[in-house]
Design a protein around this ligand. Sequence first.
Ligand SMILES: Nc1ncnc2c1ncn2[C@@H]1O[C@H](COP(=O)(O)OP(=O)(O)O)[C@@H](O)[C@H]1O
Ligand SMILES: [Mg+2]
Length: 185
Amino acid sequence: MSRESNLKTMFYTAFDASLIASFLAKVSTKREPERRTMNEFLGEGTHFQSFQIAATPIPLAVNIAKNAFTQKGEAAIERWKAAIELARSLENADLIPPMSVVFGSGLTAIVMPKGNNLSRAAEKSVPASLQDVSKALGQAGLILDDYPQVREVLGIPFIIDWSDLSFLRDSSGKLAGIHSTTSFT
Ligand SMILES: Nc1ncnc2c1ncn2[C@@H]1O[C@H](COP(=O)(O)OP(=O)(O)O)[C@@H](O)[C@H]1O
Ligand SMILES: [Mg+2]
């Protein structure tokens, strides 16, 4: 069994839809500032607040979208979910973890393995894999338009921040904007 399919097996063994649904129900009773005081709180960025859920054989990260993300609207969220599902189906690409977009109690969440900081060995293997993953995403018509944050589980590195994944054709206006700016410099 490859390392990646091993991570996939562990993730789907740990993934319990009813456990996640009840966690989302609990979180939905609190406002964003209060959520930071929960025991499960791991950290946050502009778009997501991340929580750790104990599970067997590996802990999970449940990353719940903040208002800053959900205000994009339902259609944009559905497109993002479709992009995530396409990305996770790229069987042979490194750095793409098993992950699942879950809706519950009015919340949008992305669930994936909870990662640890990289070991020295993993740090060395990551740069080449980053090129491979962006190539694989590009071939599938996807782009991750953000600095990739990498963590690992059991020596398997993966990207944790997928909030800026989109279809290339949806982001072409944005890319054209960047291009026209840089062409003047
Ligand atoms: N799978 C994960 N494992 C461990 N920590 C995580 C994971 N996902 C998110 N985090 C933590 O939560 C923070 C915010 O998540 P991130 O996806 O970067 O949010 P945003 O898209 O808002 O930047 C990360 O910087 C990290 O500290
Ligand atoms: Mg992000």
